[in-house]
Design a protein around this ligand. Structure first.
Ligand code: IMP
Ligand code: MG
Length: 338
C-alpha cells in the first residue's frame, strides 16, 4: 500500500504531523522522504516532546518504520547526523547513493546572494545553489563521501521491493504545491517541482504504484519569504485571529491569509488527491482542541470541513485538532478507506 502525502498550499501545513500519525496508525514499514532538502522544516510532537526535523522523515515516531531519503533529495550531512542523534534513529535511516550533498559553499552562496536572500527570501539552507550544481552535473553525491557509507542504500529498490511484498510505504512530500518551481508563484518558489508526481520521482516510484494521495491543507494559508498571497492579513489582523506562526527553519514570521479555494482547487488539479487532510482546525475553532471523533466536533468545524469536501469533491479523511500525533480524527474507516 503506497501513500503519498503532499502539501496543497505554501508549505507548513502540518505534513509532519499527518505523516507521523499515519506511520503509527497504519504501522508503516517505510517512510521515504522526497522534496528539496533541508530547506523543509517538519514539526512533530510526540509523547510530550517536540522535534523539528529537516532531513529525517517524520515517520520516525514509529520505531518499526524504516526511514529513507530519496535520490532526488538534498542532504546537509551536519543536519542529518544531528537529527539521527536527536531522534535516536541510527541504524534505520538511510539515504540513496545518489542523494545530493550540500556543502558549506552552497549555504554561503544562498545567504550571500541578494537575489536569493532578499528578493526570493530563501531559507538560506544552500538548497538552490546545490540544485543548480546538480543540474550542471558537478554536485557531489552521497556515494562520494566515505563517512556517509554506513547510511547508504538503494532507495528505489528498497521501496519497490517493499511494495512487491505488500508492505506499507509512505512517501513524504516537503514544501508545498505553490512553492513548486514549475507550478508555483515563480520566481518566488523553491528549486524543484514538489507536487505529488515529483515526490514519486524523487524516491524512484512509478505513478501506477500509488494507492492513495493525501493532500494536506491547513485551516488557513501561510507563506514565508517573498511572493504573492491572496487576501493576506496584516500582522495585526493575523495576531488578533491567533494565526501568527514562526517558521521552523528560519525563525521568520509566517504571513497569513484565510483558507483559499482558488489555491485549493488548483492544488487538487495538480496533485490528484484521493483524500484530503485538514490541519489546525483547533486554531479556527478553539473548543475543538484535541478532539478525536468526528461526531464530537463543533457544528461550525463540521460545516467548515463539509464545505471543503463539497467544493473540492474529495473526502476529508484526516483532521488535526492539535499538535500532538494523537490529536487526530481519522475518518478513513467510516468513509470506506483502509
Ligand atoms: P529555498 O527553497 O530555500 O530556495 O526558498 C525558496 C522559497 O521557498 C522561500 O520563499 C522559502 O521561504 C520557501 N520554502 C522553502 N522550503 C520551505 C518549506 O519547507 N516551508 C515553507 N517555505 C519553504
Ligand atoms: Mg515547514
Amino acid at each position: 500500500m503506497l501513500y503519498v502525502v503532499v502539501d496543497g498550499f505554501f508549505g507548513d501545513t502540518g505534513k509532519g504531523k499527518v505523516i507521523s500519525y499515519l506511520s503509527v496508525a497504519d504501522d508503516v514499514d517505510i517512510v521515504a522522504r522526497g522534496g528539496v532538502g533541508p530547506n523543509a522544516g517538519h514539526t512533530v510532537v510526540y509523547e510530550n516532546r517536540t522535534y523539528k526535523l529537516r532531513q529525517v522523515p517524520s515517520g520516525f515516531v514509529n520505531p518499526r518504520s524504516r526511514l529513507l531519503i530519496g535520490p532526488g533529495v538534498l542532504v546537509n550531512p551536519e543536519v542529518f547526523l544531528k537529527e539521527l542523534e536527536l531522534t535516536n534513529t541510527k541504524g534505520r535511516v538511510f539515504m540513496d547513493h545518489q542523494t545530493g550533498i550540500i556543502e558549506q559553499k552552497h549555504i554561503e552562496e544562498d545567504r550571500g546572494s541578494s537575489h536569493l536572500k532578499n528578493k526570493i527570501g530563501t531559507t538560506g539552507s544552500g538548497s538552490g545553489p546545490a540544485m543548480r550544481d546538480r543540474v550542471m552535473r558537478i554536485l557531489k553525491l552521497a556515494k562520494d563521501y566515505e563517512f556517509l557509507k554506513e547510511y547508504l542504500t538503494d532507495v528505489p529498490y528498497e521501496v519497490n521491493s517493499a511494495l512487491d511484498e505488500n508492505k506499507r510505504v509512505i512517501l513524504e512530500g516537503t514544501q508545498g504545491t505553490f512553492l513548486s518551481l514549475y507550478h508555483g508563484t515563480y520566481p518566488y518558489v523553491t528549486s524543484k517541482d514538489v507536487t505529488a508526481s515529483a515526490i514519486c520521482s524523487d524516491v524512484g516510484v512509478g505513478p501506477k504504484r500509488v494507492d492513495e494521495i493525501v493532500l494536506v491543507f491547513k485551516s488557513y494559508v501561510t507563506r514565508v519569504g517573498g511572493g504573492p498571497l491572496e487576501n493576506e492579513y496584516s500582522i495585526e489582523e493575523a495576531k488578533k485571529l491567533g494565526l501568527l506562526e514562526i517558521a521552523t527553519v528560519t525563525g521568520r514570521i509566517r504571513r497569513a491569509a484565510p483558507f483559499n479555494f482558488n489555491y485549493a482547487k488548483r492544488a487538487v488539479m495538480l496533485n490528484s488527491p484521493t483524500q484530503i487532510a485538514i490541519t489546525k482546525i483547533d486554531v479556527l475553532f478553539k473548543e475543538d482542541f484535541g478532539k478525536r471523533e468526528w461526531s464530537k466536533l463543533s457544528k461550525e468545524a463540521r460545516n467548515f470541513i463539509t464545505n471543503i469536501e463539497d467544493n473540492l469533491n474529495v473526502p476529508v479523511t484526516l483532521i488535526s485538532t492539535g499538535p500532538d500525533v494523537k490529536h487526530t480524527i481519522d475518518r478513513r474507516k467510516e468513509l470506506g478507506f483502509v
